[in-house]
Design a protein around this ligand. Sequence first.
Ligand SMILES: O=P(O)(O)OC[C@H]1O[C@](O)(COP(=O)(O)O)[C@@H](O)[C@@H]1O
Length: 271
Amino acid sequence: MLSYAAVGKKIRLGRLLPDGKSLIFAFDHGVEHGPSDFSGETINPRKILEKIVDVVDAIMLLPGMANITSDVWAGKVPLIVKVTSKTSLRPEDARLLQSPFGWVEDVVALGAEAVAATVYWGSHYEDSMLKQWFTVKREAEKYGLPCLQLSYPRGPAIKNMYDVEVVRYGVRAAIESGADLIKTYYTGSTETFREVVKTAAGIPVLMSGGAKAKTLLDFLHVVKSVMDAGGQGVVVGRNIFQHENPKGAAKAISAVVHEGLDPEEAVKKAG
Ligand SMILES: O=P(O)(O)OC[C@H]1O[C@](O)(COP(=O)(O)O)[C@@H](O)[C@@H]1O
């Protein structure tokens, strides 16, 4: 018989990956990159969120943002709360550390389905990020909250953070540290990303969107490659909110993730 928490975790994961796949909208950039990531009306978070809440499978926000926009997302789309972050105002070498940016109790209080935290594997600060990760993990387990690990290998010994061996290492470390969902980088091909998925040993791997692609079609090809490789979805920010039609872009990405549409077909959904 499952424990209460195990039942809760199962239910929450089912809500986040309704058909075993998921398009999660990442929207924590206001701290990671600053307001310069937004232009025009998108500086108003409500304007973006109201466009995509009925298209994506979940949204990932920092606690304060979740709190001030709850009337837009609550009851419409599952919430994931990220409890680590850092600004790019820090000195260069201090940017490979994320600090606490909320507590698991806040995540529960906000009615979230999961908690997210970053680990920069290979950073000078790996030790403190691991202490932070396991603090979050221990609390989350009590509440049956799945933990999404942003597994981002970065550091002086890492020449190419998109290299398949580097990404695989981060994914292996993520499953060994108890991640229930993993978000990591695309490795450039279906074949190499298939190796990343295999390394996850059944833990869902979602690709982190990355900087805005030249065209939506280009991005959709990457999403298709990830899904063909056995990835279970994508966590996307800039390739949605920096698109001139965020709702359309989200619809097109969702069509590749959930319907397996070819990019040339899916891009038509963007209008
Ligand atoms: O680590 P980077 O490249 O600065 O990007 C960090 C951002 O990328 C994400 O991990 C994913 O968002 P994107 O799709 O915009 O890359 C965000 O959650 C985060 O704010």
